[in-house]
Design a protein around this ligand. Sequence first.
Ligand SMILES: Cc1ncc(COP(=O)(O)O)c(C=O)c1O
Length: 385
Amino acid sequence: MNAMPMIPYGRQSIDEDDIAAVVATLRSAFLTQGPAVAQFEAALCSYTGATYCVAVCNATAGLHMAVAALELPAGSEGVTSPNTFLASANCMAYCNVKPVFADIEPQHFNIDPVEVQARITDATRVLVPVHFAGHPADMVAIAEIARKHRLRVIEDAAHAIGSRYEDGGMVGNCRHSDMTVFSFHPVKTITTGEGGAITTNDPELYRRLLRLRSHGMTKDPQELTSNPGPWYYEMQSLGFNYRLTDLQAALGITQLAKLDQFAARRKAIIAQYNRSFSQLDWMQAPLQQGGVDACFHLYATQIDFPRLGKTRQQAMQLLLAQGVGTQVHYIPVHTQPWYRSTYGYQMGDYPAAESYYERALSLPLFPAMSDAEVARVVTAIQSLP
Ligand SMILES: Cc1ncc(COP(=O)(O)O)c(C=O)c1O
């Protein structure tokens, strides 16, 4: 028997009110396509300050729909960060838009606007900045580049619900972008099991997103080419079934109501970690830009493994032996075999993201961590050398 239960790097927080909301939906008339989805979308609009919201089955689908909604011509290119999960780039590949990467800056490991500018060609149509670990990318600079080159902007905010930009606005308000995509996977700050949402202030994009979510179909009398009766629908574009269920949306509503509480607990854990690790000359804790209020989803550290005198694998094993789970965020996307063989990317193309990856290690961070678990992580880290 394991006397020391494993602390994972991330985990959901589910309370009785979440369970009651899902059970109530199970007893209701609608498991899907019912009222909970619209209620969740309205709650997300009011939380983020965006005008429109479309809830979807996961953020990967949301990113795919967001790129598809732009209706970009064949041969287009889009620029994203190499320091991200695959989905930030795959969403473009699904739509025959070539994913181009721009290297990251050394403070928050987000896409560097100077590098973005350098990657723009005549074919560039969209920028997909990622708010890595929950710290917003420099959206003022990115929006300025987009304005100058007439590009669209999709924020990959899979990590960043609850974060505020330097100007104080909530991530997802779309003041600096066309659309913002959130993830509600269980390791994220709030969860619906699987799930995601897209926010936008653009009524035409909203209309396209609604259609793309449900097979490209419309029943809106204003849009139909004929209207023989109430059963009638038309498929006017090629869409998907990327819907969120009411069961998930009901969970999303109760989770969202607790987001600020979750964020406060995350911040308290981070403050404790930062205090405990400040003396370690082989570790760099996550930094926060002045003015930004980051709701960190990950505690993504940088570790000088040679200085520590252990390989990453050895360190992860030692931590695991003390019941501390860790993870690596992220293997640079351009180094993946499919990206190399499809687009010809190579090791060395994005040196900042590659050297970041060599030092990356994410420690456990989730609101349900007890003080004793936080202390256990601290002790395990301090005993590594
Ligand atoms: C940056 C980023 N974008 C997109 C996604 C995709 O999210 P989902 O799992 O909801 O499809 C993830 C998932 O971890 C992610 O980390």
